[in-house]
Unconditional design. Structure first.
Lengths: 138, 138
């Protein structure tokens, strides 16, 4: 595979954990580790609330579904205690990255914009050997 | 909770993904992203083979079970395509960290030493709101 076909990665921005209760999870990280935890951010379009555990090199995103049709509600049904859901890599240009992903016959899903206005998409986990990988513009 | 009881965290060192086939997974990361992938490391005591995808700020550990009594074989039975298994935070002193963890009534499991001689333990996922968290000495 030619290197020009690989996707440039700036860093791993965050890992994401689905939790049944965002306030309890925020309290757990704050009381267990020396870290900061952001205030909750409501994302009504995605039917979830999130908060970030801020570490020196990455963030841990905590995600709580707020409706039965939330994209993460099914995950919580299969994993009632919650658990690791995906990780997010950043790239300089998501448009170019999505084209390269499609050329590799990896399905692009969930194209959209993050709550802080960054373009993003996901790679279908059935095409990535099991992991849901988010690609976000740096 | 007094801050002296929280565990100091240096960084998130790696996330770990269980994969059914380490060679295929290494090839996937190498051909999909601009990154380095280490040579496979055989861990016969843990009945697994691992390799590291090296990003600028963290590593992604790929883990393949090499025996039916491997600690990660059960995970693969539940998730035949593989998937996110745990993440690893580093701390200056795992002995002090393990004491603090026990004081919080979080079970300490899997105490041991990594393949590169660093003390480590895991926090029981039933006591951490669903995620398996590894703590390794910096």
């Amino acid at each position: 595979m030619n290197e020009t076909h690989t996707i440039p990665i700036c860093k791993l921005d965050h890992i994401s954990i689905v939790v049944p209760n965002l306030d309890l999870a925020s309290k757990f990280y704050l009381e267990t580790f020396e870290c900061e935890v952001s205030v909750p951010i409501d994302l009504p379009n995605q039917k979830m609330r999130i908060a970030y555990v801020i570490l020196s090199n990455v963030k841990i995103e905590l995600m709580e579904p707020t409706g039965p049709d939330s994209t993460i509600e099914k995950f919580l049904e299969r994993n009632p205690s919650g658990g690791l859901h995906h990780f997010c890599l950043t790239t300089p240009d998501t448009g170019t990255a999505a084209k390269k992903v499609r050329l590799k016959n990896i399905r692009v899903i969930g194209e959209g914009v993050s709550h802080d206005d960054k373009d993003l998409f996901f790679m279908h986990p059935k095409d990535t050997l099991g992991s849901l990988i988010e690609i976000e513009e740096e």
